[in-house]
Design a protein around this ligand. Structure first.
Ligand SMILES: CC(C)(COP(=O)(O)OP(=O)(O)OC[C@H]1O[C@@H](n2cnc3c(N)ncnc32)[C@H](O)[C@@H]1OP(=O)(O)O)[C@@H](O)C(=O)NCCC(=O)NCCS
Length: 177
C-alpha cells in the first residue's frame, strides 16, 4: 500500500487523515512556513480538511501520498512529507514535498526523514528519478536538497502563480543511479 509509512529512526510517520485537521491548521497557519509554498496561510479547519482530502484522494489513486511527522510518544504534528506526484505510467518519477513547523527548523529533522522517503521512491515505488520544485529564495530547502544529493537542473521562470504573483521555480532532481 502506497500509504504505508516508511520507518524513520526517531520519528513516527503516518498518512494524513481527517483527525489531523487541527494540527495541520496550526502548521499551515504560520506565514513563515507557507512563505515559499503555493498556499496562503490557512485560516480555518475546513481549509486543512481540503488538503487532507486531496492527500487521501492522491493516495487512493496511488499518484501521491503525504505523511504527518511526529516524535514517538508525542501527539504533536511537527511537519509533513511525501510525494506530491508519482508518475508510473508514462515515466518513472516522483515529486517530493516537505514542511516543518517553524520551531523545528535547524535541528536536522528533515535530513533524518528524507533518506527514508528517497529509499521508498527508488525502492518499492520503482522510480528512476525524484524531483523537487523549489520557489526561488527558499534557501533552507535548497540546502536540504543538496545535502540529500539532489542537483539543481534549472530554473523554470514564472512557472508558479499564487498569492497574486508569478514565481520562478528551481528544479532539483536525484536519479536512482
Ligand atoms: C525546508 C525545511 C523543511 C528545511 O528545514 P531545515 O530544518 O533547514 O532542514 P533540516 O531538517 O535538514 O535541518 C538542517 C539544519 O539542522 C541542523 N542540524 C542539526 N542536526 C543535524 C543533523 N544531525 N543532520 C543534519 N542537520 C542537522 C543543520 O545544521 C541545519 O541547520 P542550519 O540550516 O540552521 O545550519 C524548512 O525550512 C521548512 O519547513 N520550510 C517551510 C516549508 C517549505 O518551504 N518546504 C519546502 C518547499 S520546496
Amino acid at each position: 500500500m502506497i500509504a504505508d509509512p516508511p520507518r524513520v529512526e526517531g520519528f513516527e510517520l503516518r498518512a494524513l487523515s481527517e483527525a489531523d485537521a487541527p494540527d495541520l491548521l496550526r502548521l499551515f497557519s504560520d506565514p513563515e512556513v507557507c512563505a515559499f509554498m503555493d498556499i496562503e496561510p490557512l485560516e480555518t479547519e475546513f481549509e486543512a480538511l481540503d488538503i487532507i482530502d486531496w492527500a487521501e484522494a492522491q493516495a487512493a489513486q496511488e499518484i501521491g501520498v503525504r505523511w504527518g511527522i511526529r516524535r514517538p510518544g508525542s501527539a504533536r504534528l511537527i511537519g509533513t512529507v511525501g510525494f506530491n506526484r508519482i508518475e508510473r505510467s508514462r515515466g518513472r518519477w516522483g515529486e517530493i514535498a516537505y514542511d516543518l513547523a517553524r520551531d523545528q527548523w535547524g535541528q536536522g529533522v528533515m535530513s533524518a526523514v528524507l533518506p527514508a522517503i528517497i529509499a521508498r521512491g527508488f525502492g518499492d515505488m520503482g522510480l528512476l528519478r525524484l524531483e523537487a520544485m523549489v520557489t526561488v529564495g527558499n534557501a533552507r530547502s535548497c540546502t536540504l536538497l543538496r545535502r540529500m544529493d539532489f542537483q539543481q537542473e534549472g530554473v523554470l521562470a514564472r512557472r508558479g502563480y499564487w498569492k497574486g504573483q508569478a514565481w520562478d521555480q528551481l528544479v532539483f532532481a536525484r536519479l536512482a543511479d
